[in-house]
Design a protein around this ligand. Structure first.
Ligand code: ADP
Ligand code: MG
Length: 356
């Protein structure tokens, strides 16, 4: 997704808001080092939604948290850069770092309660954020907080201003968390599985809200999810992660209609919307233990198309189009030509949907 860079300060292309370069993160544990993120690189383009998708444990949250600067205490950033505005965020002094983290980049999580203080009225949590950022008076902050509650779709915000988080439903609570994130007027919003804990209908409403706010506020969004069904409705581009690496990335259409990595195929095959003959196929096998990351292509042991080389040598990114790359030996000119087993399936499902 980018050229390799080595400095603490770089020139960034006009359309790139954030550049992650060779990010490598491990965690110290009693059993040894967990290699959570193993050299990932991507450019985040201004005003796009980039979805990071992959099974549980693939390193999505660690990636988001690294950008936000909120890794757990046992984390070690072994290598890499995260450039924002040409500056490596990993090299910033703490004070400057919090300035950027607190105002330019916001993050919301799966469980809205984890972002809220349970014993503080939601109105106060919002006004505190506003006062911190904008040096507003209390009255101004209250007015703005109620506007924000309205913008995120909370009915009767004046009434709800003085309520506690427990008095809100899961969906409404997630809206409050989004309002707090927006009170900082971020340019980048990182959404880490923000709808995973919600019912399906509420999920759709929160996704619509994120899309609406993105348009209205010119946000750039990193949307992290394990659910490809969500990706289709959100993403401009998709990065597929497996075992701490990006294995494929491209525009949403490229990932859905012309996927190249066997892991992306497996993810697509396991999508509920694509289920065949009434049964949902889970991806066979389990992800690797990241205390001992496998050699070669980490997906090889679960990949029925795996070749000898997949167990031995890590595949480089092969170019599919100018915007689409996949790290699989199947794209090597000498590899057998194997067509995606889900290609027709995805087209058929889309065709059926178009007729509805
Ligand atoms: P996901 O893709 O599900 O968001 P994560 O990014 O949370 O995955 O985790 C990636 C890997 O890092 C997993 O193997 C996870 O167990 C491990 N990990 C995450 N946080 C810690 C931590 N604080 N200590 C040890 N291991 C961790
Ligand atoms: Mg996660």
């Amino acid at each position: 997704m980018m050229q390799e860079t080595r400095q603490d300060r770089i020139e960034m292309p006009e359309d790139v808001i954030l550049r992650v370069d060779n990010l490598t993160v491990s965690f110290r544990t009693p059993s040894g080092l967990v290699r959570a993120v193993r050299g990932i690189s991507f450019d985040l383009k201004r005003n796009e939604t980039l979805c990071i998708v992959g099974e549980s444990g693939s390193g999505k949250s660690v990636t988001g948290r690294s950008i936000m600067g909120i890794l757990a205490g046992n984390a070690i950033i072994d290598a890499g850069h995260i450039y924002y505005d040409g500056q490596d965020l990993l090299k910033l002094k703490e004070a400057d770092f919090y300035k950027i983290r607190g105002s330019r980049i916001g993050m919301i999580f799966q469980d809205p309660l984890s972002s809220l203080n349970p014993i503080m009225k939601v109105g106060k949590q919002l006004t505190e954020a506003l006062i911190l950022k904008n040096k507003m008076t209390k009255a101004e902050a209250k007015k703005r907080a109620i506007e924000l509650m309205h913008e995120v779709g909370i009915p009767e915000p004046e009434k709800r201003f003085n309520q506690y988080p427990f008095q809100f439903s899961g969906g409404m609570r997630q809206r409050i968390v989004i309002a707090i994130a927006l009170s900082m007027e971020p340019e980048i919003l990182i959404c880490d599985e923000p709808t995973t804990a919600l019912d399906v209908t509420i999920q759709a409403q929160i996704l619509d809200l994120i899309n609406k706010l993105k348009r209205e506020k010119n946000l750039t969004v990193i949307f992290i999810t394990h659910d490809l069904g969500v990706v289709a409705n959100m993403a401009d581009r998709v990065a597929v992660m497996y075992a701490g690496k990006i294995v494929e990335y491209g525009k949403t259409e490229e990932i859905f209609y012309d996927p190249k990595h066997p892991y992306t195929w497996a993810l697509l095959e396991s999508m509920p919307a694509l289920k065949q003959k009434g049964q949902l196929r889970a991806i066979p096998g389990t992800p690797p233990n990241m205390l001992f990351p496998p050699k070669g292509d980490a997906f090889a042991p679960r990949n029925k198309y795996a070749m000898k080389i997949d167990f031995e040598k890590e595949p480089p990114f092969f170019k599919v189009t100018d915007t689409h790359y996949a790290a699989t030996w199947l794209l090597h000119p000498n590899a057998p030509k194997i067509e995606s087993p889900v290609k027709d399936l995805v087209r058929r499902v889309r065709g059926e949907k178009d007729e509805l």
